[in-house]
Design a protein around this ligand. Structure first.
Ligand SMILES: C[S@@+](CC[C@H](N)C(=O)[O-])C[C@H]1O[C@@H](n2cnc3c(N)ncnc32)[C@H](O)[C@@H]1O
Length: 161
């Protein structure tokens, strides 16, 4: 699949005040986090402005939450809000900025339609996992998912012309 262009660098400030962690995404993630031991690491892949890493670090104070994203402006917005979560730059189509087998849960919300190399994404997610946890990808609604795949498909077709 070919990644379609995004404007998250330009959109970061607007994203920061128009998007937040929605309960129907946080709740299932929080249930997985509840099963992790104290001190476990949670990785938010394509964390954007950090909404979900922040929400999970508030949900459980004894876990370590980190997020990475390809967009520095999105990460600046993430770092601008008080949080115990840490944010770094990284490309989820390439090597995750993370050592082997240190992560209790890796998840991505509304991200994989941007990923140029999905195989690398899943190989990296498996590499960093400490236990056999699943990788999550959540969308706000089925309509959002359909729209995301539609955009990716259209971009894929146009790039082959
Ligand atoms: C719709 S936003 C979702 C942000 C966050 N997960 C959330 O739900 O609020 C998509 C994010 O994916 C990031 N992104 C796109 N391609 C990426 C890549 N190859 N590696 C890491 N992040 C990427 C964008 O910069 C953007 O922050």
């Amino acid at each position: 699949m070919h990644a379609f262009p995004t404007d998250y660098d330009q959109y970061a400030a607007t994203y920061a005040w128009t998007r937040w962690a929605v309960p129907w995404v946080v709740e299932p993630l929080a249930r997985v986090v509840d099963g992790l031991p104290s001190g476990a690491a949670v990785l938010d892949v394509g964390c954007g402005t950090g909404n979900y890493a922040r929400a999970l670090s508030e949900h459980r104070a004894d876990i370590v939450c980190a997020g990475f994203d390809i967009s520095k402006p999105m990460l600046r917005e993430a770092a601008a809000r008080p949080s115990r979560a840490r944010f770094v730059v990284g490309d989820a189509s390439r090597a995750f900025p993370c050592r082997d087998r240190v992560v209790g849960l890796a998840f991505a919300v509304d991200v994989i339609h941007h990923i140029e190399r999905l195989a690398t994404f899943f190989v990296e997610a498996a590499r960093v996992r400490e236990w056999a946890r699943s990788v999550w990808e959540a969308y706000a609604s089925q309509q959002d998912l359909a729209r995301a795949w539609m955009r990716a498909a259209i971009a894929g077709v146009s790039s082959r012309r």
